[in-house]
Design a protein around this ligand. Structure first.
Ligand SMILES: N[C@@H](CCC(=O)N[C@@H](CS)C(=O)NCC(=O)O)C(=O)O
Length: 413
C-alpha cells in the first residue's frame, strides 16, 4: 500500500485521468460498478479501459469482493493523506496550519525608492479579494494596476489573455488577465524574477516593485493597511479611512476573533485531516458566526457606523460561504442565508459601489472546485445556489437605519 509511487506534487493537483500513477489515476470507484448502459470497452472519452473489462469479466453485474473494495479504499486514503500534506500542512492532531507569508511589511510603508507598484491577485482567493476591495474603495486603480491570475491545471497561478477583455473587465466584473507588467506565463515565474530567485510558496495576493523587480509584500492584511493609509497622495478617495485611530483597537479585537475562527476557520474545516480537528474547527466557526450575527442585530458594521478593514476581511469569507465553504469545506451546520443579520450585512457591503465588480462568482467556483482536486476529485462544479446570485444579493439589506450617519458619508464616497 505504502509503496505506490506518487506523482510529483504538481501532478497531484491534476485531474485523475492525467496523472502518471496508474493505480491513482485509472482506478475510480465508478469503474468497479457495472454500468448497464455502457457495454463498450472504452470510457466516455473513447479511451480503452482494460480495468473495466477485467472487472466485468471477473464479477459481471455484481459488486467486486470486499477485499478489493477495502484495498482500493486504503490505497485512496493513503494517497489522499499524501496529497493533503502537500496542500495543507497539519499539526499532529490533523489540524490545518497555514504557513506564514514570507514577505511582510510589519506596519512599515515600503521605501520611498519604490515608485511603481503592481498588484498580483486571483479572483478565487479570499485573501487577494481583500486587496481588490480596498484598492477599489480608495480609488487606487490607476496608481496600482493589477494582473489577475487564474488557477492552472497543475495547481499553479497562471495568466491568460482573453481576447477583447484587455481591460480586465467583462460585464463590469473583473476577469483574469495576462501578466501586464512582466509578461510571465505564471506567478511562479514572476516570483523567480526577484534578485536571488525564489523557492517558497507562490501565493496571491502579491505586491510587486516594478522598477526593482522585487516582491514588496505577499501578506494580504499588510497590503490592505498600506492601501488604506500609505498611498493617499495617489488615491482618488484619500478621505476614506478604513482603519481610523480611534477604532484600531476594536478592529484588532475583531480580527483576533474572525481570522482564526472564520477566515482561516473555514479552511481549518475543509483541510482537517482528522475528525477531531474538523470538530474543533467547525464548532469554533459556527459559535463565532452566531456571535457576530447577534452583534450585527444592533450594529450596522462590526465597529458601529463605520465600515472598516475588519468588515472587508469578514466579507470576503462570507461571500464565498454558501457558494463554496458550506459544500466543499463541510461547513454544513447552517447556510449563511439562515443568518438573517449576517446575510443582510453581507448584501449591504456587496452593494457598496465598486464592490460587486470584484466578485466573479464563476471564477471563484471554478477555482475552488477544480484547484482543490483532493477535496473534489471528480472536478464537478455544483450548480450556483440561488441565494448567491447577483440579483439576490442586490435585494435591499435594510440596514441603513442602524447608522447615525448617511450612507455616502460612511463610505467616504
Ligand atoms: N496569509 C496569506 C495567505 C495567502 C494564500 O494562502 N493565498 C492562497 C490562495 S487563497 C495561495 O495563493 N495559495 C497557493 C499556495 O499555497 O501554493 C495572505 O493573507 O495573503
Amino acid at each position: 500500500m505504502h509503496c505506490i509511487s506518487l506523482p510529483s506534487p504538481s501532478l497531484l493537483l491534476h485531474s485523475p485521468s492525467k496523472t502518471t500513477s496508474k493505480l491513482v489515476c485509472h482506478v475510480s470507484p465508478r469503474m468497479f460498478f457495472n454500468d448497464s448502459n455502457n457495454n463498450s470497452s472504452s470510457d466516455r472519452n473513447g479511451n480503452l479501459n482494460p480495468i473495466n473489462n477485467i472487472a466485468k469479466l471477473l464479477w459481471g453485474a455484481s459488486l467486486p469482493p470486499g477485499l478489493l473494495i477495502s484495498t482500493v479504499r486504503t490505497t485512496w486514503t493513503s494517497t489522499w493523506q499524501a496529497m493533503m500534506s502537500q496542500l495543507a500542512p497539519s499539526d499532529p492532531s490533523g489540524g490545518y496550519t497555514r504557513p506564514p507569508s514570507k514577505f511582510r511589511l510589519d506596519g512599515q510603508s515600503p521605501t520611498a525608492a519604490i515608485t511603481k507598484l503592481h498588484l498580483y491577485v486571483s479572483l478565487t482567493c479570499p485573501w487577494a479579494h481583500r486587496t481588490l476591495i480596498v484598492r477599489a474603495l480608495k480609488g487606487l486603480e490607476e496608481a496600482v494596476p493589477v494582473s489577475v491570475a487564474t488557477h492552472g491545471f497543475d495547481g499553479s497561478w497562471e495568466f491568460k489573455d482573453i481576447p477583447g477583455k484587455d481591460n480586465g473587465m467583462d460585464n463590469d466584473i473583473l476577469v483574469p488577465t495576462m501578466d501586464k507588467v512582466n509578461r510571465c506565463r505564471n506567478l511562479k515565474e514572476v516570483y523567480k524574477l526577484r534578485k536571488g530567485g525564489y523557492d517558497g510558496r507562490v501565493t496571491v495576493p502579491m505586491l510587486w516593485d516594478v522598477k526593482n523587480k522585487e516582491v514588496v509584500c505577499n501578506e494580504s492584511y499588510d497590503i490592505i493597511e498600506f492601501f488604506n493609509s500609505g498611498l493617499n497622495g495617489l488615491a482618488l478617495n484619500p478621505g476614506l479611512d478604513l482603519s481610523p485611530v480611534e477604532l484600531k483597537e476594536e478592529i484588532e479585537e475583531w480580527n483576533r476573533v474572525i481570522y482564526p475562527n472564520v477566515n482561516n476557520g473555514v479552511y481549518r474545516c475543509g483541510f482537517a485531516q482528522s475528525q477531531e480537528a474538523y470538530d474543533v474547527a467547525v464548532t469554533g466557526l459556527f459559535s463565532t458566526l452566531d456571535r457576530i450575527d447577534d452583534h450585527l442585530g444592533s450594529s450596522r458594521y462590526l465597529c458601529g457606523d463605520r465600515l472598516t478593514l475588519a468588515d472587508i476581511c469578514l466579507f470576503t469569507t462570507l461571500i464565498r460561504f454558501d457558494l463554496i465553504y458550506n459544500v466543499l469545506f463541510k461547513c454544513t451546520k447552517k447556510k449563511l442565508l439562515e443568518y438573517t443579520n449576517l446575510h443582510a450585512y453581507m448584501r449591504d457591503i456587496y452593494q457598496i459601489p465598486k464592490v460587486a465588480a470584484t466578485c466573479n462568482f464563476p471564477e471563484i467556483m471554478d477555482g475552488y472546485y477544480q484547484l482543490l482536486f483532493p477535496l473534489n476529485p471528480g472536478g464537478i462544479r455544483p450548480v450556483m445556489p440561488a441565494g448567491c446570485e447577483h440579483n439576490f444579493l442586490s435585494r435591499p439589506p435594510n440596514r441603513e437605519s442602524m447608522s447615525s450617519v448617511g450612507k455616502n458619508l460612511q463610505h467616504g464616497l
